[in-house]
Design a protein around this ligand. Structure first.
Ligand SMILES: [Zn+2]
Length: 375
C-alpha cells in the first residue's frame, strides 16, 4: 500500500515480504489485544500476561495469514501460474499473481483453498483449545489458542464474501466463467458485484463514524476504499491483457530511437537529450555497438557540480533481462516488466543489436484506440 516492502524469508520458494503498513497493524493489533480483548475476556491476570497473550495472538494472526496466502500460491504453482511471492500489508496478505488463471477450474481451486485452509487452521486451534481446557493448561495459553481459532474463522468468512477480487468473488467469477465460457463477461459481472460491496462497506463506515464508533467506522471505510480500487483495477487489467495478448513488441516499437554516445558529459546529456526529448531512458551506443542505457534516475543521484566532469560512459547500466526485450516477445510481457521495474521504456534487442525502443505511452495509445473501436 505504501510501496515500501521488506523481505522476511522464503517459504517453499516464495518470497514472503511485509509492506511497511503492516508494522502499524502489528502494533495496533498487539495493543488492542493486550489492552482490550484479552483483559475483557480473561479477568484477573497480570499486565505481563496480557502483553504476552497480545504478542502471541498477533504472531498467530500473522502466521495464519501467511498460511492462507501460501495455500493460494501452492495451488497456483501446481497449475503452472508464476507467483511473485506473498506480501503482507494493511488488510492481511496478497499472493501476487502476474497473470490470469489458465482455466475456470484453476481459478476455483486457487480461490477456494485459501478460506478452506483458514477453516482447517481454525479447527486445529479449536482442538488444541479443547485439549488445553480439559488438560488444565494455563489460562493465557488457552485464551490465545481460542483467539487464533476465532480469527481464522473470521478470516475465512470475510474472504468468502462474493466481492471480487476477494476469494469468494474469485470463486463466483470462476463459476460464471465456466457457465458462459467468457472470462471478460465473468470478470465484468463479478467486479461490478465487488464494487457494490465496496460501496456498502464505505457507507457502513460513514454510518459508524456518524454514530460515534470512529475506529470501526474508519476500518470499514478503508476496507471499502481498498476493495473498490482493487475491483476496478482487476477489470481494467483484464481488458489490457486481452487487448495486448498476442501482439508482438515489434508492433509498438520505435525503430529508430534517439541514442547517446558514452563520451558525452552528463551536462550534455541533460541539456541536449533529456530536456530536449523528455525521455527518462536513452540507449548508449558506441560506434554502432549497444553498450547499455542511461536513465534520468541515475543522473539525479550525481551531484549537480559533477555533471560537467562525469561522462555518460561512467554511469551506463549494462543491458540486462530487466531493461531489454526481444521484438517477437508478447507486448503483455513488456507491460508487466515495466510494471515490475517502474521504467516506462525498454530497449528492444535483436541479435545483440538495438532494434528499437518500446514505450508505455505508445502501448497505451494503442489500447485506448482498440477499446474505442472494438467495444
Ligand atoms: Zn485468500
Amino acid at each position: 500500500m505504501f510501496g515500501k516492502r521488506i523481505n522476511l524469508f522464503k517459504l517453499f520458494g516464495f518470497e514472503v515480504r511485509i509492506d511497511l503498513s503492516w508494522i502499524i497493524i502489528v502494533i495496533l493489533v498487539t495493543w488492542s489485544l493486550s489492552k482490550g480483548l484479552f483483559p475483557f475476556h480473561y479477568k484477573g491476570l497480570s499486565v505481563m500476561d496480557y502483553w504476552g497473550m497480545g504478542i502471541a495472538g498477533t504472531l498467530g494472526l500473522f502466521l495464519s495469514i501467511i498460511l492462507h496466502e501460501l495455500s493460494h500460491s501452492l495451488v497456483a504453482r501446481s497449475y503452472g501460474m508464476p507467483m511473485k511471492g506473498i506480501t503482507l500489508f494493511i488488510f492481511g496478505g496478497v499472493a501476487e499473481m502476474s497473470d490470469e488463471p489458465p482455466s475456470a477450474k484453476a481459478e476455483f481451486m486457487m480461490a477456494i483453498v485459501g478460506p478452506l485452509s483458514s477453516i482447517i487452521i481454525g479447527l486445529v486451534f479449536y482442538g488444541m483449545h479443547l485439549m488445553g481446557t480439559l488438560g488444565g493448561w494455563p489460562k493465557p495459553v488457552n485464551g490465545v489458542l481460542r483467539y487464533i481459532f476465532v480469527i481464522n474463522l473470521l478470516l475465512a468468512a470475510f474472504n468468502l464474501l462474493p466481492a471480487f477480487p476477494l476469494d469468494g468473488g474469485r470463486v463466483l467469477r470462476s463459476v460464471l466463467w465456466l457457465i458462459k465460457k467468457n472470462l471478460r463477461w465473468a470478470t465484468r459481472v463479478s467486479s461490478t458485484i465487488g464494487i457494490a460491496f465496496s460501496i456498502g462497506f464505505i457507507i457502513l463506515g460513514v454510518w459508524n463514524v456518524l454514530s460515534g464508533d470512529f475506529i470501526s467506522g474508519m476500518w470499514w471505510f478503508l476496507i471499502g476504499m481498498f476493495l473498490h480500487g482493487a475491483a476496478k483495477a482487476s477489470y481494467q487489467q483484464l481488458i489490457t491483457r486481452k487487448a495486448l495478448e498476442g501482439e508482438p513488441v515489434r508492433r509498438f516499437m520505435e525503430p529508430d530511437p534517439v541514442v547517446v554516445e558514452p563520451s558525452i558529459s552528463i551536462e550534455q546529456l541533460v541539456e541536449n537529450y533529456i530536456y530536449k526529448y523528455h525521455y527518462k531512458m536513452f540507449p548508449v551506443v558506441n560506434s554502432g555497438r549497444l553498450i547499455g542505457c542511461v536513465t534520468s534516475r541515475q543522473v539525479k543521484e550525481i551531484p549537480r557540480e559533477e555533471w560537467g566532469r562525469k561522462k555518460v560512459g561512467d554511469i551506463v547500466i549494462q543491458c540486462s533481462p530487466e531493461n531489454t526485450i526481444g521484438p517477437q516477445e508478447d507486448a503483455m510481457k513488456a507491460l508487466s516488466m515495466m510494471n515490475q521495474t517502474g521504467s516506462s521504456r525498454l530497449m528492444v534487442i535483436e541479435e545483440g543489436r538495438l532494434a528499437g525502443i518500446i514505450a508505455l505511452k505508445d502501448m497505451l495509445k494503442f489500447l485506448s484506440l482498440k477499446v474505442e473501436l472494438e467495444e
